[in-house]
Ligand binder design. Structure first.
Ligand code: FAD
Ligand code: EPU
Length: 339
């Protein structure tokens, strides 16, 4: 039954733990719920915001509109061959729960993305990535519903135009679709991806010499728990900024001045810089203002020390941006969706 509530506190619905409210709030448990909602005057006459786990959102103000909490559930095996499977997960499935389900079934390819907070439906938004894998590597297609007409559309991988923390859903189709389910092509042949240096060091520390897919998942979980704050204990939304891409020329000039610069060469000849390193070099690790702070174990993560406002986090992010620009001449871009 569709229930539209008034004036709801959004603190439980964002991992930053920011106090903010919305004028209207509805939870959808099925596509039919969404289609029924779409016909209401509340829907037609207001701004809309879809939330999954609220782990990549910063509320800097109350939301004067309708928040739609996506609770669509279900995982189905679409097809299976000797080598691989296609698995479809509804958008409201918890991401990490889905990854563990795939590993337990012997469907491989998502294990490096273990423990990323949030829901399946948000995973294509920024092509979530970690430890050498992005969802685009195993993405098959997604089903979406046009928010203005209610019609269904399938997006192929090419149509999603995935990039680093990018997709069409953040650019040309921003706010136009509700992603209702996502399907992945996963391998039935176990093979591990340990290209990301930290995974090998963690496996060594775990005394694992011949890692299984489950070992890789456990290593990723251990690395993440050692440096990323648990949102249940300390409000945050993961990396606040993207790692910036610079030209080879800019990289060379920075490298001359800053020998220890952390950077990765890209196939296009440019370099990706470790934003966490840049922020740390500005002396900002642990820096706090108005209850918002730069995390002391990972400078790319901004945290809510207790009861700070979303505005305080946003202002801190502006301060960090300015400091990094002043020292390195590099402009950071925010990864978190600012409301
Ligand atoms: P939300 O925050 O609820 O929403 C994010 C955006 O997507 C919003 O704009 C929202 O409107 C939109 N949206 C959500 N669901 C839908 C839908 N069904 N249809 C249409 N639009 C939708 N990200 C990484 O890529 N890699 C990491 O390693 C990583 N580590 C993290 C670690 C921590 C501790 C935290 C807190 C976050 C981390 N993140 C990481 C960021 C975040 O977990 C991901 O971006 C995740 O996919 C967000 O999912 P969500 O359901 O919480 O999205
Ligand atoms: N570093 C520092 N100081 C810091 C933080 C990092 O010097 O305070 C250095 C590290 O020593 C390392 C390098 O920066 O040499 C990279 O650090 P890390 O491996 O922690 O990764 P990251 O670049 O900070 C990115 C993603 C994470 C993802 C990890 C693992 C972005 C914006 N962030 O972080 O994604 O989990 O790699 O793949 O690309 C997220 O998007 O929310 C997120 C957490």
């Amino acid at each position: 039954m569709l229930d539209i509530k008034n004036n709801v506190n959004l603190k439980p619905f964002n991992t930053f733990g920011i106090e903010a409210s919305c004028t209207f709030f509805a939870e959808i448990n099925s596509v039919e719920d969404f289609l029924a909602l779409l016909k209401t005057d509340t829907y037609k006459n207001n701004l809309k915001l879809i939330v999954g786990g609220g782990s990549n959102i910063l509320f800097t103000t109350n939301f004067n509109g309708l928040v739609i909490k996506n609770n669509l559930k279900g995982i189905t095996l679409v097809s299976e061959s000797n080598d691989d499977v296609i698995v479809r997960a509804a958008a409201g499935e918890n991401w990490h729960g889905f990854v563990l389900w795939c590993i337990a079934k012997g469907f491989y390819g998502l294990e490096n993305l273990s423990l990323i907070p949030g829901c399946v439906g948000a995973s294509p938004m920024q092509n979530i990535g970690a430890y050498g894998v992005e969802i685009k590597d195993v993405f098959n297609d997604l089903e979406a519903i046009d928010k203005s007409t209610g019609s269904k559309k399938i997006f192929t991988k090419a149509e999603c135009e995935f990039g680093y923390r990018e997709s069409v859903f953040k650019t040309k189709y921003k706010d136009q679709f509700l992603i209702s389910s996502v399907s992945f092509k996963l391998s039935k042949q176990p093979s591990v991806n340990t290209t990301y240096g930290a995974i090998n060091s963690e496996l060594e520390a775990m005394k694992v010499t011949n890692p299984t897919v489950k070992d890789v998942s456990n290593a990723v979980i251990a690395i993440r728990q050692s440096k990323l704050p648990n949102p249940a204990e300390m409000g945050n939304a993961g990396s606040f900024f993207k790692n910036p891409e610079v030209s080879a020329e800019k990289f060379n000039s920075l490298k001359t001045s800053f020998e220890a610069l952390v950077a990765y060469p890209l196939p296009n000849g440019n370099y990706k810089l470790a934003a966490g390193w840049l922020i740390e070099q500005c002396g900002l690790k642990g820096f706090e203002k108005d209850g918002a702070a730069v995390h002391s174990k990972q400078a790319l993560v901004l945290i809510n020390k207790g009861n700070c406002t979303g505005k305080a986090v946003f202002e801190l992010s502006g301060y960090v941006l300015q400091k990094v620009f002043d020292k390195f001449g590099v402009t950071l871009e925010r990864e978190v969706n600012i409301i």
